[in-house]
Design a protein around this ligand. Structure first.
Ligand SMILES: Nc1ncnc2c1ncn2[C@@H]1O[C@H](COP(=O)(O)OP(=O)(O)O)[C@@H](O)[C@H]1O
Ligand SMILES: [Mg+2]
Length: 260
């Protein structure tokens, strides 16, 4: 059963910019999908529409059978964990408190600072930290951790929501190569072992080829590729990375084609 149905989705921003031009995709439950494309392709806009952070100009999104629109928004957001490029942690708070905010929902943010959490929330937060291998850092300040560790906290916070779906927007763009692989591996394991559907935005071809189950290629707001890493050939990469108005000397495209 598809977990996410994106139907003829269009987004035109107030300034007239047409960021998504009719995107239709279905994402199966428990799958690991990478949305691949150059900067500006519309990847973040797509994730934000799936999570209801932006409203479509046309078309719609269903998550787990529910239309992403009021009044279901709150319920849907509770089922969707988000992971960000810059982690979005509260640096001066402990790792544990950051993870507990994944359990917030109805509680106030002040409540989280004062540790007004139920025992059950604590147990789930511990479990989530254990899942990402950070139990020993639970009471350190979040900003004392390395980038890779901070992203693990971001993932633990998403897991603490007990989500059906995790949307990760360029989760390794701020990390070094080795750490990037570790984080991608962790996300892949979370998908395979915990049965959580993962949609990961990436701009790096090599990471998509190595970790994706399915790759959806976006260019200028349109799906220009949909297939497995093995199917991502030179022609597909050209469709994903070519820029309009650039002649025969497109350095970005040349560097990307080295992966084909
Ligand atoms: N709020 C906005 N208003 C106007 N244009 C926007 C807005 N948000 C994003 N865009 C534009 O939409 C395009 C797609 O953006 P984005 O989804 O962030 O791409 P990506 O994540 O693939 O880099 C970009 O050209 C960006 O400048
Ligand atoms: Mg983006």
């Amino acid at each position: 059963m598809p977990n996410v149905i994106v139907h003829q989705l269009e987004k035109r921003f107030d300034n007239g910019f047409h960021a998504l031009k009719g995107v239709s995709v279905e994402i199966e439950s428990g799958s690991f999908t990478v949305v691949l494309g150059p900067s500006g392709a519309g990847k973040s806009t797509l994730l934000r529409l799936i999570n209801g952070l932006e409203t479509p100009t046309h078309g719609h999104v269903d998550v787990a059978g529910q239309r992403v629109e009021p009044p279901s928004l709150r319920d849907i957001r509770g089922q969707v964990g988000m992971v960000f490029q810059h982690f979005n942690l509260v640096g001066r708070l402990s790792v544990m408190t950051n993870v507990l905010t994944g359990r917030l929902k109805d509680r106030s943010w002040l409540g989280s600072v004062l540790y007004l959490f139920r025992k059950q929330d604590m147990a789930i937060a511990h479990e989530s930290l254990d899942r990402v291998g950070l139990t020993e850092k639970a009471w350190e300040r979040a900003d004392r951790l390395s980038g890779g560790e901070q992203q693990r906290v971001g993932i633990a916070r998403a897991l603490a929501q007990k989500p059906r779906l995790i949307l990760a927007d360029e989760p390794v763009a701020s990390l070094d190569l080795v750490t990037s692989h570790e984080i991608m591996q962790l996300l892949r394991e979370i998908c395979e072992r915990d049965g959580i559907t993962l949609v990961v935005n990436l701009h790096q071809v090599d990471l998509a080829q190595r970790f994706a189950g399915r790759i959806i290629g976006l260019n200028a707001g349109e799906v220009v590729f949909d297939g497995t890493p093995a199917e991502l050939d030179r022609a597909s990469l050209t469709r994903i990375y070519q820029r309009k108005g650039v002649g025969n000397h497109d350095d970005q495209l040349e560097s990307v084609l080295a992966y084909a």
